[in-house]
Every structure is written in structure tokens, then in C-alpha cells.
Design a binder for this molecule. Structure first.
Ligand SMILES: NC(=O)c1ccc[n+]([C@@H]2O[C@H](COP(=O)([O-])OP(=O)(O)OC[C@H]3O[C@@H](n4cnc5c(N)ncnc54)[C@H](O)[C@@H]3O)[C@@H](O)[C@H]2O)c1
Length: 549
């Protein structure tokens, strides 16, 4: 078993790592030293000559070169990467997967004192107020370090080594946690093959005496049945409440029936449910948890790509009425969201592809790395290529898109302002879904058309540079989204637009992409909307290629 020691500058990664390695007769790998050796230059020299970007590229290469994790038994290697390496999701994937990551945690005051005494120059700290720099780095990286097992790094070194040794060899954990954050939107954990451990630990944290699993047939077969077995094997009594598959779960009648099942199970306030399924299931079960006994805790386990990078985050729950989608709902934050990307393996290609439209939206809102990731790996992710999982591309995609949503929602939990950005591509998208009678077209597929419409309207309104619009449309082409001509009536689409939720004072506020973000435009002329809608509904083949240049 390779042990990986992470932590802020000054936390003692090298000193502790070296001693731990010596104790087990195992090699010690200091990634920073490996980089210096390969470059023939010190780290401050690399920063000076190549900037942080150059250093990070070297760091990525050194981490990828670590190769496969060592055998399960005993300590095979002790690896100490630079403190900032964990910011890159792909680095974490390579560092943590199959290895045992340990976080040496220490207060900023202690770290600052140690750094003052250290002869090493730390480029991210030199020239700054050290205490503030350490504090800021700590806050920015906490969710990445917290994916590892925490060891107190403040006590004297022999005890730290002892504690790391114990943590590293103590208990077997199969999965890979990549990110762990405590937020106002619940505790959020992202990883691979973490499901049973994380659900069990969330339920332990809530002092639950049983696991009440709320699921639906598709997720049951792929995920929930196995989880129920494993929780049972760990001695936890399991109850199940089944809702119908897909959108049929989102009805008041279904929620009433589920609430009655909870009542028969004598579920008390404070007793959590675990909602396991796609966005439709987590929307319905979220509404159930928000309203049963005026609110009980919910642990959400999204099992679809749309659920993992979008629906399970943000606390919006809703059911549909015959008059429209999501018309009855609440804001109710879950206590935890457990995102296990290994659960996506069984998902149908069409579902994956459609969900990527939401990732394109997050990229278009200004996440350049997500853009590049979708351009490089999006088609393989959509196709379900196992290489896209093994390389860490899926994990990075989910983490980036989900965290981008977390950040937007944290700024505006109740959609009073900034959260409207998440509606990019959704005005025409929703209208198309409504015009199609919410049948035959997946939500993400409709958003694909909507993103094209927003880009084209943006170009005409002079807010979206042609190059940006071209990049968005080319990516949608690559992902085969919004390309086929659509058989929906233009008048129905335009009529549905007039009832869009984003109206204020009678005006539809269009979210339009800019060079690196978005603007809200309430003044888009109806004639422009109509002509762009005609274009978009006709499909990509009928579109002049101008936008793609
Ligand atoms: N609350 C929000 O913020 C929010 C955001 C976006 C979307 N949504 C809602 O999400 C819903 C769409 O969610 P969705 O796209 O996940 O669809 P979905 O929940 O209908 O699931 C799609 C299908 O996948 C199956 N499935 C689920 N997990 C599986 C797995 N691991 N392997 C194989 N099959 C599996 C399901 O049985 C279902 O048939 C819509 O109702 C939408 O309104 C909510």
C-alpha cells in the first residue's frame, strides 16, 4: 500500500514521510525533489523561468509517472507531493486512487512559525504576509486535504509518525475519496467506489438506527439493491420505499404514498432518509424530506450524471402538476450529498450525453478548464468509454461541474440574483420541452438546443464574441447535442417562452454567454427570438457555418 502524505507548506510532509518510510524500509518519494531533479533547477528557479503554470505541468507529469499503486499489504512507498498539487482533480485521482492518503493538519499559526524557521523558499508564500497566505491556502484547499484521513500534525514528530502509521495501516477502505466539504448545502463528498462507506458513515453521524432507502426501479437494480445488502451485512436494519422510475416519481400522489409509508414505518423527526436515484428521484424524495413532519434530514445519492453534476446540488426539490413541471416545491438542503462516479458505469449513453449539456453550460459560464476537458474527453465520456473513467476524466468532470454549481448556489441560495446564471440555455430549452409535451426529449437534449439559441442571440446582441459562440457550438457538435432537426411546432415553443419562470415585470430575462461569463438581457426583441428559434429547430445542418469560425 502506497501512503500519500498531503498538507500545507510546513506541515511536515517530508520529515514525517521520510521517517515513516525508514520505519517500514520503504522508498520515500518527494515529488518536489523529483521535479527539481528532472528540471535540473530548484523550484523557485522553475517558478521564475516558467511561472506557476510551467511548474504545475511538471508536477502533473511527475505524479502521473508514479505508476500503479503498490500492493495492498504493508507500506510499499511513502509519497509526499507538493502542497498545491491536490488542487488539480486529475492529480488527486492519480495520487489517491488505490493509495492511502493522509492529511497532516496544523493550525496556520504553527505553520507560519515553522515556515519562518525553514531555509526552503515557498514561492506561493514568499513576498506575502505569511499568516494570511497560509490561512488563504488552507481555506482554498481544505476540501481537497479533507478527502484524506486527518492526522494532527502539531504534536512532536515521533507521535505524528506513529499516528500516520496507525491511520495508514489501520483500516481497509476500498474507495477513493477525492473531495470532502462541509457547506451550507450539506456535506458534499465526491469519489469513486465510496458509496457504502459514505452512506454508513453519514448515517452513523446522524445516529440513525436504520437505513431508510428511498429509490426507484432503475437505480434499485443498478445501485440500491447492492447497497441494501452491504448495509445489512454491516448490521444496519434496512427499510425501502420505492417510487416509480423517471419523471413519474415527481407527483403529489406519489409523495403522498411515500409519506404514508414513512408514517407506517413510524419515522420520527430527525430520522434521515437516503434518496438514491437520478434527478427525478432526488427531486421527489427531496420534497418528501422537506415536508414529512415539516422536514426530516435527507442524504442524497445521485446515480445519474445529471443528478451528480446538477440536480442533487442546491436544495431545490419539486414535483410536477398537470399544468407544468416543478410547480410545487421547496428549498430544503440535504444533510449530505454523496457523489460516487463509479455508479455511472451502468447509465445509458443517451442519459450521459444529455447530461453533458449541463456541463457545457457550466463551462460556458466561465470555467475554462472544464471547457478544455469537455473538448478533450467529452465524446469518450458520452460514449461510456472505460478509458474516460480510468484516466480520471469523469471524476474531474463531475467534480468541476458540481463544484461550480455549489459556488453559484452558495452566493445565492434562493435564486434572488446570481443563481439565474444556471438558466443559461434553459429558456429555449424549457420551451422546447414544454412544446414537446415533456415527451421524447431528455432535459439535457433540449438544453443543447437552448445553449445554441443563447449563443446565437448573444452574438446578435453584441455580447457574445463570435469566437466564443463558435467554441460553444463546436463543442455541442462534438457531443452531438442540439444537432438534429426538431419536430416541434415553432408557435408552441414561442408560446411556452411567454410563461418562462425567468420573467420579471413581463420581460423574459435571457441569460447570454459573454467571452468568459454571462450577462442577463431583458430586452431581446421577439423578432430575434423567433428567427433564432427557427434556425435552432431546423438543426445544425441547416445553420450557416458562420458561428463556428
Ligand atoms: N433540483 C434541481 O436543481 C434539478 C436540476 C436539474 C434537473 N432536475 C430534475 O432532474 C430530473 C432529471 O434527472 P435525470 O436526468 O437524472 O433523470 P431520471 O431521474 O429520470 O433518471 C433517468 C433514468 O436513469 C435510470 N437510472 C438512474 N440511475 C441509474 C444508474 N446508475 N444506472 C442505470 N440507470 C439508472 C432511472 O431509472 C431513469 O430511468 C428532472 O425531473 C429535472 O427536473 C432537478
Amino acid at each position: 500500500m502506497d501512503v500519500v502524505i498531503v498538507g500545507l507548506p510546513g506541515s511536515g510532509k517530508s520529515a514525517v514521510g521520510r521517517r515513516l518510510a525508514a520505519r517500514h524500509g520503504a522508498p520515500f518519494v518527494d515529488i518536489d525533489q523529483a521535479i527539481e531533479r528532472a528540471a535540473g533547477a530548484s523550484i523557485p528557479e522553475i517558478f521564475a523561468a516558467e511561472g506557476e503554470a510551467g511548474f504545475r505541468a511538471r508536477e502533473r507529469a511527475a505524479i502521473a509517472a508514479l505508476g500503479p499503486a503498490g500492493e495492498d499489504r504493508g507500506i510499499t512507498r511513502v509519497i509526499a507531493p507538493g502542497g498545491g498539487s491536490v488542487v488539480d482533480p486529475r492529480n488527486r485521482w492519480h495520487l489517491f486512487r488505490g493509495r492511502r492518503p493522509i492529511w497532516l493538519d496544523a493550525r496556520p499559526e504553527v505553520l507560519t512559525q515553522r515556515l519562518r524557521r525553514s531555509p526552503n523558499v515557498r514561492p506561493l508564500i514568499a513576498g506575502h504576509d505569511p499568516m494570511r497566505a497560509v490561512r488563504d491556502l488552507g481555506a482554498a484547499r481544505r476540501r481537497f486535504y479533507a478527502a484524506a484521513d486527518r492526522v494532527n500534525g502539531v504534536v512532536e514528530i515521533a507521535s505524528v509518525v506513529e499516528a500516520v502509521d496507525e491511520a495508514a495501516t489501520g483500516h481497509g477502505r476500498l474507495g477513493t475519496v477525492l473531495l470532502r466539504a462541509d457547506t451550507k448545502l450539506g456535506a458534499i463528498v465526491v469519489g469513486a467506489s465510496i458509496l457504502t462507506d459514505e452512506v454508513a458513515s453519514a448515517l452513523r453521524g446522524l445516529e440513525a438506527r436504520r437505513a431508510i432507502l428511498v429509490s426507484e426501479p432503475g437505480a434499485w437494480e443498478a445501485v440500491t439493491s447492492g447497497l441494501a445488502r452491504e448495509l445489512g451485512a454491516r448490521g444496519l436494519p434496512v427499510e425501502t420505499v420505492m417510487l416509480p422510475a423517471g419523471e413519474a416519481a415527481k407527483s403529489l400522489a406519489v409523495v403522498e404514498d411515500a409519506a404514508r409509508q414513512l408514517a407506517r414505518l413510524r419515522v420520527e423527526r430527525g430520522e434521515p432518509i437516503v434518496a438514491i436515484g437520478g434527478g427525478a428521484l432526488t427531486d421527489a424524495a427531496g420534497f418528501l424530506s422537506a415536508t414529512y413532519l415539516r422536514g426530516i434530514p435527507a442524504v442524497l445519492v445521485p446515480t445519474t450524471l445529471a443528478g451528480q453534476l446538477d440536480a442533487a446540488i442546491g436544495g431545490k426539490s419539486a414535483v410536477n402538476l398537470p399544468e407544468g413541471k416543478n410547480l410545487v416545491g421547496t428549498f430544503h438542503q440535504p444533510v449530505a450529498v454523496i457523489i460516487d462516479v463509479a455508479l455511472l458505469a451502468t447509465l445509458a449513453e443517451r442519459q450521459r450525453r444529455a447530461a453533458l449539456a449541463e456541463a457545457v453550460k457550466m463551462a460556458a459560464l466561465g470555467d475554462d478548464r472544464l471547457f478544455a476537458l469537455l473538448e478533450a474527453d467529452g465524446p469518450a465520456i458520452a460514449a461510456g468509454d472505460s478509458a474516460a473513467f480510468e484516466s480520471g476524466a469523469i471524476a474531474e468532470l463531475v467534480e468541476r461541474a458540481a463544484w461550480a454549481k455549489v459556488e453559484v448556489v452558495l452566493q445565492d441560495e434562493r435564486e434572488a440574483g446570481e443563481r439565474i446564471s444556471l438558466n443559461l440555455g434553459h429558456s429555449l430549452g424549457h420551451a422546447i420541452e414544454a412544446a414537446a409535451g415533456f415527451e421524447g426529449l431528455l432535459h439535457g437534449e433540449a438544453v443543447g438546443y437552448g445553449l445554441r439559441a443563447a449563443s446565437r442571440i448573444g452574438v446578435e446582441r453584441g455580447v457574445t464574441p463570435a469566437k466564443r459562440a463558435g467554441r460553444i457550438e463546436t463543442l455541442l457538435d462534438q457531443l452531438e447535442l442540439g444537432r438534429a432537426p426538431l419536430d416541434v411546432a415553432l408557435d408552441d415553443v414561442l408560446a411556452a417562452l411567454t410563461t418562462d419562470k425567468k420573467h420579471r415585470d413581463g420581460l423574459l430575462r435571457w441569460v447570454l454567454p459573454t467571452a468568459d461569463g454571462h450577462v442577463v438581457d431583458p430586452d431581446v426583441p421577439a423578432s430575434l427570438v423567433r428567427s433564432v428559434a427557427v434556425d435552432v429547430l431546423a438543426g445544425r445542418a441547416a445553420t450557416p457555418a458562420t458561428a463556428a469560425t
